[in-house]
Design a protein. Structure first.
Length: 167
């Protein structure tokens, strides 16, 4: 099984997705908390994250590079969380980077067993891609699980995803 998934079709650029590196991506979200919070809470958390990153950037530019012991314990905690967490990543940035053409209206999720799932493109833009369970890549039924943004299939996501096609 290949871990590489293509996003292709009626787009300006074909995108190659490698879910094995998303564990290092700041956009990852813990799957348990993904469908529990409302949209307003997600926007608030995004705003808080943006403010936190801006403060960190400012501190990096102005302060010395000596890390207090607290930062090391936080880093250790984050590492342990990554090694044991179940994560997903938003699909929208990948769709935007591919540049869907004006006439594109459908999004097709293709699985390794030959099934296809057609959904409107505007719905797919709010979807999430599961890529990790208990700190491990999705080897048996992956490499990606497809979750609708509203959480309607959170108990039974589309599994064995091998390709995305914009039509």
């Amino acid at each position: 099984m290949s871990d590489i998934v293509l996003l292709t079709g009626n787009v300006d650029y074909t995108i190659t997705l490698d879910p094995t590196v998303w564990i290092f991506d700041d956009r990852k979200i813990e799957l348990e908390s993904l469908f529990q919070s409302s949209k307003e809470e997600k926007q608030d958390s995004l705003m808080a994250y943006t403010e936190k990153m801006a403060k960190n950037w400012e501190r990096e530019l102005t302060e010395e590079k000596i890390s207090p012991p607290v930062n090391r314990s936080i880093k250790k905690f984050e590492k342990e969380k990554i090694l044991a967490g179940t994560f997903a990543i938003p699909l929208k940035p990948f769709i935007e980077n591919a540049g869907p053409k004006q006439e594109a209206k459908e999004f097709i999720v293709e699985t390794s067993d030959g099934h296809t799932h057609e959904i409107p493109l505007h719905i797919a833009e709010h979807a999430f891609l599961g890529f990790s369970k208990d700190g491990r890549p999705l080897r048996e039924d992956g490499p990606i699980h497809f979750y609708f943004g509203d959480g309607s299939n959170r108990k039974n996501p589309v599994r064995h995803v091998i390709k995305f096609i914009v039509a």
